[in-house]
Design a protein around this ligand. Structure first.
Ligand code: SAM
Length: 323
């Protein structure tokens, strides 16, 4: 990194060759809904931030109160500091530190910690991961543990973290989820997305939704897919398969002469929704288990104007539901 930022000309060439990706990163962080109401008070930190262009943009449009840019490479930080001064940005600081340094001695000062393209989640061979295996207890690359440990260390107890990337492999996602769990960072499934790249939101000591980090990684992976509605004949066979997974939600309701049932099961990274009524209607939908909360909320919303005669919600799902 120091070589690529040896002087301003080289820095501009390096950043220019990455323009579309950087613009996408800036856009999605600037539009993040993690801090809708209190954004003006947010102290943010950009981990592995290079020259800190994302932080500069966030401050220039007054998104957050303060940003610190942290990187282990000095040269991008020096160039970023110069550009921030030229832009007259006051509420920004630059610090040279590695993820391991922060993990060991960082203080819990920040509401929002984001790490955009700061980990390699795309090259299994370089990370020592086997692309064809998803072990229940994966060997987690040291860099993942250091970054995630740093994030946990510097976030306030009610803070929010974001790990952003392009395409992530299944093995890397499962290993990253294992690193999160080992560092008491829980995935925020309301905000996490894997569309147009990965945006993995985490909360210190938050509630855990899934049994295993393997299921978490596969759910994030499957979030890249659209939901799939299927004909009843296909749905009935999948119902048999998914009913040996975990039932998270079931609600039965009735109006004058019709009874309605809606149930959601999860297995690995997928969830299966079964809808039925006593007049002969039947529907089945498969979607990413990452969207379990939203689909369960829909099930509750749909049933709320009828008489509820049976309601089951897995205790891990309850804290997330809005109704
Ligand atoms: C691909 S660049 C991304 C820069 C910026 N976040 C962006 O989105 O353009 C990755 C950055 O992470 C930094 N980095 C990698 N490993 C690090 C570590 N262990 N500690 C601190 N910074 C690290 C590199 O120096 C580099 O500046």
């Amino acid at each position: 990194m120091d070589l690529l930022f040896a002087d301003e000309q080289m820095a501009m060439e390096t950043l220019g060759s990455n323009f579309d990706r950087l613009a996408n990163s800036i856009d999605r962080i600037a539009n993040s809904t993690a801090f809708n109401h209190q954004a003006q008070q947010v102290r943010a930190v950009e981990l592995g931030g290079g020259p800190g262009l994302i932080s500069m943009y966030l401050l220039a449009c007054r998104r957050y109160a303060f940003c610190e840019v942290i990187d282990r490479a000095l040269q991008p930080l020096e160039i970023g500091k110069k550009w921030a001064a030229e832009l007259g940005l006051a509420n920004i600081s630059f610090r040279q530190a590695s993820y391991a340094d922060l993990h060991a001695s960082g203080t819990s000062d920040f509401d929002f910690a984001f790490a955009e393209h700061a980990l390699d989640l795309g090259l299994d061979s370089e990370n020592g991961l086997n692309p064809l295996e998803l072990p229940r207890s994966p060997v987690v690359p040291a860099m993942y543990l250091q970054l995630v440990g740093a994030m946990h260390q510097i976030l306030k107890p009610n803070g929010c973290g974001l790990i952003g990337a392009g395409t992530a492999t299944p093995s890397a996602l499962v290993a990253l989820c294992a690193a999160l769990r080992a560092n008491q960072l829980a995935i925020d499934w309301r905000l996490t997305l894997n569309r147009d790249g990965l945006q993995l939101y985490v909360r210190p000591n938050g509630p855990i939704l899934f049994d295993s980090t393997e299921d978490e990684g596969l759910a994030i992976l499957a979030d890249a897919l659209s939901e799939h509605k299927m004909p009843p004949a296909e749905g009935r066979s999948l119902q048999r398969i998914f009913s040996s997974g975990t039932k998270y939600f079931e609600i039965t309701s009735e109006n004058e002469d019709t009874r309605f049932t809606c149930a959601i099961f999860q297995a690995a990274g997928l969830a299966y929704l079964f809808q039925w009524n006593s007049k002969g209607y039947e529907a089945a939908t498969i979607f990413s288990a990452a969207k379990l909360i939203a689909w369960s909320d829909n099930g509750l919303r749909d049933a709320k104007d009828r008489r509820i005669i049976h309601r089951f919600v897995d205790p891990r799902l309850s804290p997330f539901l809005t109704l």
